[in-house]
Ligand binder design. Structure first.
Ligand code: MD3
Ligand code: FE
Length: 203
């Protein structure tokens, strides 16, 4: 079923459960060649979330700043191609949420372990801010924090569990958001971790 968050943002509960094996296989393949790593923010902090990417470009962060790059900075190789199953699921979710014609060229894969968190931020490094972001949650649950257009605006909390997909577009696209400290838990398929896929039209 679907749950509205606000204009432009919608949760598709359990959307990806029928496709969990394809998603986990894809993540396994990608992370075997491009392992999860803890990036450093431009001011030198090590992120508690570990990341990898697939698609034409991936999101990277270092002392030079944040940007999308066609290459994995760890090995200089191109990011792996986005699996067809990832692409078609993201397009289908965007369609269902009222965003036809979504053409994601990047998928950022975030890995959260116990005590990971993602502080409030805006996603604005993408060239096409008219396109939505589609996010898939897998593994242990998280509390998603959804704020306003300024960092100090009050936040709403949403519980996101394995299989939930959220589409963020229109006026929701530039809202501050983050993930609260992850609590210790274990998921039958993924163990003590949460993985989040975010599909973007970055270029
Ligand atoms: C709302 N990831 O990768 S996904 C990120 O659970 C990120 O890993 C979180 O924020 C995670 O940038 C949240 C949901 C999400 C993604 C992008 C958004 C929500 C958003 C962009 C605008 C508004
Ligand atoms: Fe984000």
């Amino acid at each position: 079923w679907t749950e509205a968050i606000c204009e432009g943002a919608l949760i598709l509960r359990h959307f990806s459960i029928p496709h969990e094996t394809a998603l986990l296989d894809g993540i396994q393949q990608i992370s075997s060649k491009h392992p999860f790593r803890h990036l450093r923010t431009p001011n030198g902090h090590r992120m508690s979330v570990a990341m990898t990417c697939c698609g034409e470009v991936g999101w990277v962060s270092d002392s030079e700043g944040y940007r999308y790059s066609a290459y994995d900075p760890e090995n200089g190789e191109h990011w792996p191609t986005m699996p067809d199953s990832f692409y078609s699921l993201a397009v289908q979710a965007a369609d269902e949420a009222g965003f036809p014609g979504f053409k994601p060229d990047s998928c950022l894969i975030n890995q959260y372990q116990e005590r990971s968190r993602l502080s409030l931020h805006q996603d604005k490094d993408e060239k096409n801010l008219g396109a939505p972001i589609v996010s898939f949650s897998l593994g242990i649950p998280a509390t998603f924090l959804f704020g306003g257009m300024q960092r100090t605006d009050p936040v709403q909390r949403y519980y996101l569990a394995h299989g939930d997909v959220v589409v963020w577009g229109g006026p929701a696209r530039l809202r501050y958001h983050g993930v609260a400290l992850i609590k210790e838990a274990a998921h039958p398929l993924l163990g003590p971790q949460r993985i989040n896929l975010t599909f973007r039209q970055a270029t």
